[in-house]
Design a protein around this ligand. Structure first.
Ligand code: PBG
Length: 340
């Protein structure tokens, strides 16, 4: 008996015959125990729109991403729908002369975003359109709200945002996604939409939007980088705060949000998980411009396998409890999933 014991390998003596590698040893075995899967249904594609026709212009800070005129966007929407991507999220890069202190162009029923929504909904009705109501693409100072005496004023901004949401719904937007982080906006938008007969238009709240350095390339994409003075710390969540983020999300849930979003994504996976545990609502992560460009540039320099890291990153969001991801990789990932 003693001699038998002697033959037991030291590893077995430590693990007591529990070996994790049994479930990892072959591809079929790994597939059998795989807990999470990324599907094309998880992907929302954020796109940048510019005035004009037949324009597709590269954004140097976001290699592989282009700003598109509405006609090109319609073609891109067709392609995305054919790949099975459920929805687009549109962001406009409008003429500087149309930007002012209060972002008044957002109220124009025929502004670039509303034109884009109408055109895509007409040509590709099966793809969802998600539109933002933050003022930053429309203001001369790049802030998300109305700036008075150095302060982004909350209540006046919310009034603007509600009107913008109604105009966007009239243009055919399926989901309003307010990203400007004003207090009370979700309830106000819900009331405004309902009062105008848009009970079926959903609200995806940028519930926990952090005051982040990862938005840099986006600001080049919509040309707000040079305009913005100071930062957005007086209205976005402090990156140090998880409990505060949860409280902010709870208010949005109470006010009628249909879906919650966490932004940026990868540095805030803990928040994704906490929101999913706390609320029975769909949770989305926005893998933002800086996250995208870091991976893209590292891949271009041959430092990482771009496709592999892209898929691994997107899967991480699923593991963290997300129901979907807004990602500039949507088309690349959808193509890869289609091939797999
Ligand atoms: C602002 C807004 C931001 C993004 C989308 N809308 C952040 C900002 O500019 O402060 C960032 C998206 C990205 O980085 O991909 N309402």
């Amino acid at each position: 008996m003693n001699s038998n014991e002697d033959k037991t390998h030291i590893v077995d003596r430590i693990t007591g015959h529990r070996r994790m590698r049994r479930i990892r040893k072959t591809d079929w075995q790994r597939r059998m125990v795989r807990e999470n899967q990324l599907s094309v249904d998880d992907l929302i594609w954020p796109v940048f729109v510019v005035p004009g026709t037949n324009i597709s212009e590269p954004i140097p800070a976001m290699p592989g991403v282009e700003r598109m005129s509405v006609d090109r966007l319609v073609e891109a929407a067709r392609m995305a729908a054919d790949l099975g991507i459920p929805a687009l999220a549109t962001f406009p890069n409008i003429e500087m002369e149309k930007r002012d202190q209060t972002g008044s162009e957002i109220l124009n029923p025929d502004n670039l975003i509303n034109q884009a929504t109408r055109a895509v909904k007409k040509a590709v009705p099966e793809i969802g359109m998600i539109t933002d109501v933050a003022l930053d693409p429309f203001t001369s100072h790049g802030h998300d709200g109305i700036l008075r005496d150095g302060i982004i004023v909350n209540d006046e901004t919310v009034e603007h945002v509600v009107k913008a949401a109604i105009a966007q719904a009239e243009a055919g937007s399926d989901i309003i996604a307010p990203s400007e982080m004003m207090d009370g906006r979700i309830g106000a938008i819900r009331q405004g939409l309902d009062a105008h007969g848009f009970q079926d238009v959903g609200i995806m709240s940028y519930a926990t939007k952090f005051s982040s350095g990862y938005y840099g390339p986006y600001r080049e994409a919509i040309s707000t980088g040079g305009l913005l003075k100071g930062d957005k710390a007086t209205y976005y969540v402090d990156p140090a705060n998880g409990t505060e983020a949860l409280r902010d999300a709870a208010l949005d849930v109470e006010e009628g949000a249909d879906m919650l979003m966490v932004k940026p994504g990868l540095p805030y996976l803990d928040i994704c998980w906490r929101l999913k545990e706390a609320f029975s609502l769909p949770v989305f992560a926005y893998q933002v411009s800086g996250e995208y460009s870091m991976l893209k540039v590292a891949a271009e320099r041959g430092l990482i396998d771009g496709d592999r890291v892209m898929m691994e990153t997107l899967l991480a969001f699923k593991r963290a409890g997300c129901d979907g991801i807004l990602t500039y990789f949507a088309v690349d990932a959808a193509k890869k999933l289609a091939k797999a």
